[in-house]
Design a protein around this ligand. Sequence first.
Ligand code: C2E
Ligand code: MG
Ligand code: MG
Ligand code: MG
Length: 295
Amino acid sequence: AAKSRGRNCMQLFQPDRHQMAHTLLQREQEFRRALQQNQLEVFYQPIVELATQKLLGFEVLLRWRHPEAGWITPAEFLPLATALGLAQKVDEWVLLKAVATLHQWHKELGAAATSLTLSINISDAFFASGQMADRLKQLLQTYGICGHQIILEITEQVIMENADFARRQLEDLSAIQVRCSIDDFGTGYSSLSRLSQLPLYALKIDQSFVRAMSAGSQHLEIIRAILSLAQAIDIEVIAEGIEHHEQQEQLLQLGCRRGQGFLFSPPVTAQMAQSFISRKYCAPEVSVNTTDARP
Ligand code: C2E
Ligand code: MG
Ligand code: MG
Ligand code: MG
């Protein structure tokens, strides 16, 4: 009986594994094709001054327009890109796209486009390559963009893994006026002394803290702690995932000056982002209807 059960298990197991390998292989081929056929697109989410809702810039967020499945978010395809060794290639494509878009906005909007920033997510692999500053320098030169308009969002992990290497990368970027923020701050393990020694621009408070924020909660205390830490080492703070007016109010009361979230706008197309720049503010009541551009 044991033997036959064993055989049954094998029979059940094998087609499953087969199926999984098949799906993975298919996805892999689809993703490679996506890169070649321009199925990747970038969206732009406004980052605002919380007190006034004035537009400060945008975070650049990647999407995959799958021919059958529709829009696919990075959580679903970035792990695949990383596993295939394509993370850096994807990041470089996003950088190119972002800098070219800034160039376009300069041409069409003039001065209105010269003070805003684009925040771009950088994979650990690209950071570890040590090639970011060189690549950016070339791009900025080609498109005539000043580095102060570019902010790179990096993980706590790359900063903490190798302090000397991280410092050199940040200094190379500083030399071309490009700044760096730590993304999803509070979810990893940062050494406070190391943070204070590195030339960082900002900490981004992870949206899990903002979501769970309510009076007296532990998360609110964590946000308070992050804000006082940032003040002590003199760097900015940007809150992510602000969906409700009460969260905006509470963050303001705690002394957080910048943020982003669906309350102000979801990520939108470059064209919609351009209309935000013209309007200068992201008040929820003037926010454009974006249902057809989601996610
Ligand atoms: P992230 O950098 O922390 O980006 C913020 C995420 O929160 C985005 O998810 C954004 O769409 C979402 N978000 C913004 N406001 C709200 C809100 O009010 N509520 C909620 N629930 N979510 C909000 P998205 O676009 O799916 O990106 C997920 C992650 O993928 C990003 O997290 C980032 O780590 C990574 N990513 C996105 N684009 C790129 C890219 O071009 N390169 C790399 N290397 N990573 C990227
Ligand atoms: Mg980010
Ligand atoms: Mg984040
Ligand atoms: Mg995040």
